[in-house]
Design a protein. Structure first.
Length: 272
């Protein structure tokens, strides 16, 4: 079986790129044979996000969509495997456990060594980040400014990572380092006005490696991560079904968020 490309890219016409680094489900057969039955079901996927954001291409956004499971390699981790949140529980660049803290490999001997991690990084991680950087550069050249929207979702209750129920809309700007403060302010206002949903800026999730590495507001590239609760649009347990009626409640807010990002980009482009 031929492995898929590490990503699919749909170039748009607007100064906005949406990255989906954790929606992939492909696990190479040789690796799948080393995983537990639960891990082969890739529970920790950011399920259905491209469907949830299906309106985005109509806004002119570019879309970068990962194909491989985060169990193969996590595209939102630093290439050296450094922790995003020192002192807190995190999963690795090439994970050895899942969000419940359970091993994903059948045996410790099945876990990847340094050479295998380097090979996965070269084959999957680097091409994704190269494509992300190139598309941001193209957008910046065309518009004078670019906004990167890093789209994520997670179970609303995960004791390993946070206490209680997570707010529904978790905006992250690396504590203000990855985008202009006025963009963060405008986005938070939209998120906080979402009827029936809760929101926070730079709470438990402040933006991962993608936001931190590619956001350069001083150079006209603004990056924001949105970590959503999966309960906002889908079943959080097997079979992880998309819930159209629930999704329809949050989609107008997502569209307003992206429209707000685009309005900011166009203002910034006009004043650059």
């Amino acid at each position: 079986m031929t492995a898929p490309s590490p990503f699919t890219l749909h170039p748009g016409t607007a100064p906005l790129l949406i990255s989906f680094p954790h929606v992939g489900t492909h696990v190479p057969p040789a690796l799948a044979a080393r995983l537990t039955p639960k891990a082969r079901e890739v529970h920790d996927t950011d399920w259905h996000l491209p469907r949830l954001y299906d309106f985005a291409r109509g806004l002119g956004a570019s879309l970068l969509v990962a194909t491989h499971s985060r169990y193969v390699i996590d595209l939102n981790r630093p290439p050296d495997g450094a922790s995003l949140y020192p002192g807190q529980s995190v999963t690795a660049l090439c994970p050895v456990d899942d969000f419940d803290g359970e091993p994903i490999h059948l045996d410790v001997a099945d876990e990847p060594g340094a050479q295998e991690i380097a090979e996965r990084r070269a084959a999957i991680w680097q091409p994704y980040h190269d494509a992300l950087a190139a598309e941001l550069a193209r957008i910046k050249a065309a518009h004078g400014v670019a906004v990167l929207w890093d789209a994520h979702s997670i179970r609303s209750v995960l004791p390993r990572f946070f206490d209680g129920k997570l707010p529904d809309l978790n905006l992250g700007t690396a504590d203000g380092a990855s985008c202009a403060p006025e963009l963060a302010r405008d986005l938070l206002a939209v998120a906080e006005s979402a009827p029936g949903f809760t929101a926070v800026l730079n709470g438990r999730f402040k933006g991962g490696h993608i936001t931190r590495a590619h956001g350069r507001p001083q150079d006209g590239v603004h990056a924001v991560q949105l970590e959503m609760t999966q309960s906002s649009y889908m079943q959080e347990a097997m079979p992880f079904d998309y819930l159209p009626e629930q999704a329809a409640r949050i989609q107008p807010t997502l569209e307003r968020l992206l429209q707000t990002a685009l309005a900011f980009a166009r203002r910034d482009s006009n004043t650059a």
